[in-house]
Write a new protein. Sequence first.
Lengths: 353, 430
Amino acid sequence: MELFNEVKNRYFQLVFRVINECTDGKAKSDIVRIIDEGEFEQKVIGKNQQSFADLILNRCNEDENLNLLTEKEGRFYPAVESTGQPGCMASNEAKQNDLPPLPVRFTKIEKAWLKALLGEPEIRMALGNKTLEKLQKELDGFNSPIKREYFELTNTIKLPEITQREAYEKNFSLLLKALIQEKPIRYSNTDRKGKVYENMLALPVAIEYSMRDGRFRVSMYSIDDKRPIMANIFTLSDLRIVDEEVGLDRETAKQLLFEQKYSEEPVILEVTDRKAAMERCFMCFSGMERTARDLGDNKYEIRLNYYLFEEENLIRNIISLGPYVKVASPQRIADEVIRRVKKSIEMYNEKNG
Amino acid sequence: MFNDFIKHYNIIRDILRDCFLYGCFSRDGLESKRNVSSRKVSYEMRRIQQYVEDKYIKIDKDGRYKLLSLTYDFLRHTDNFLVNTYMTRSFTRTDLHTYFFILLFIQSQKDACSSNTIENSLAQEGCLSFDRISSKTIERKLAEMSESIGVLSYETIKRTKYYSVAPDILSQLNNDELKELLIAVSLYKNVMFPVTAGYYCEQTIKDYLNYERHASAEKIDFFNYRHVHFHPVIEEQILWEILYAVHQGRKVKLNYHSPKSQTGGGSSKVLSPYKIRYDVRHGRFYLISFSNYGKCIVSRLDRIENVEILDEIFQRSDFVEVYQKQMCCSWSSVSLDEAKAPENVKLEVVVDELTEGYIIDKIMNEIPDGALEKIDNGLYHVSFQINDSGELIPWIRGYAGYVRVLESPQLAERLLKDWKEMLISYGIVQ
């Protein structure tokens, strides 16, 4: 099966859902609502100007109607169904066993991916042993072309091994549970400088995975310090879910993170598109909200909105792009780039001179 | 059925990449950059606007030009919206009819059915019109649904195939275990390639919970990602084909396209595809393959137009050593030229020991197999080997003010030139 396959077309999937939703009959208005929610924002129009809903609800001429649904007393049912009524099949195993009119099954591509997932080194942190074993047994004979040995990730960061795996995995599971239940936690931690924090209260906002270092971290809102924080999962100790009132929910905590940490002014870069500078620039900053415009003469302006905690990385990335990328504003960041570049030149001059 | 869909993903691949990565090109700008007709650019841009949710599309105006760009913020938007562009393959009315009627019929039956039974029953009930759909079409669809897609399975008895719904691999999982699986899939869907398959998988589990178990799947929005790029998904159709060839040990021919030319650059070389390298920093896929003469060939997936999978096979084990030798000292994609040795690099790192000690850790974590030597307080030497020191330059630049190149002099010279050029760009002449 190709990855780009019609059965995964959004409208193919919509037909699938509409038919299964109609198991016990659905009114026209309900079906129209399901279609409205599932369609593209800019709806598709058929060759003779029919809407998708017209085709599904058999409102076109007989040659065009899909007839996958049958109308009976103002309600729509799957065309192959079991009530013994006209337009329905006689036997109907599905109905008798409370199965949906259309079965839900993984495609081969999905099975291949799922099998590869079961082989991920840290999958046990997210999947319990029983679930893992059952799936492994089901997929045992499946031949998946997705294998770790076929891939190599480069430009990664290799952090020291986590020695206390058990505590790491236990903390991960507990934090996941806290997120699912939307409960606050209490924990102790020691930061990079050796400062100890004891019995801290925080609301977990998200578990964050970094693809460069392969580490999970936890993003939280510290109730004690009233600010968003990020912590290594393996360094937390005495971690527990608590039933305390913290005065905010996860969504509010998230919004606070966005608001407090988002830069008020964007960084504006002037890029001369030589040696694929534009492409390198966009790839580097692909996860940042940005706009760009052509200044002419092979020059472009890029505006990047960024999080304040990313500023150091941003500066480093800008410098790494080399001479064809220049900070136009803010001056503060341009000055920092200049300072570092001057320092680099001095390092050479000192040694040579 | 609808003109809005496309038969081949390649139709939108280049324009999608340009809109996503650049976004600063007007229709006319793209036309001249890509050497394609203005009509085509305008047509495909309209499609992209339809496929991608409005919240990710930015439309700016630059004078009379309308600029379309796709943009997101890694913390606010964790779902890869570009995956939606894979859910757009065109289908015919017959495709839709045969697929759903076959599935509805087989699900309604107690026993497995032959193609004839399916055809006759559907005809009797007036579900399918055989003026339009032939027996061969039904047989082809059954073969596709069982062998290629995998939603059906069959058993052959006396040369007749009897079809039934594929075995349910989730049947042994209770609802709590299914929800646990959904969370795991949701976590990994952005980081395990091809991510599109992960998104498909997630939707199937949600549908399964909903329709097979009548249970609801709560929204999972508690994972964030760092250094996860969305744009590599644009190359996943090619990636999938290559993975198939790698897995089957089948040789390939690659057809490249050049961004500035309409004519595709063909490749007559027969290659043994060995490994996919993914540069996490830039979000770029490379295929490492070997020619019949053993030459290591590195191909960027975004430049491959299509992959021709040949019948000729190769032994994967033949390339284990040569791959290791040629790529072990590459930071991204540069292979070691034959008869050449990796370059030795030595860096001097100067930090304030009290406040900047972490810089040393950071540098050592980023250099594969680097050797660290403490020369003095706050002064370190780092030595390692690399296929081509050119690959290092962006990385060294990122440590401006901390790192000086000791070896090789050519690399040091190149960097110094860069630094000076950078200052000139800010109007500072030293």
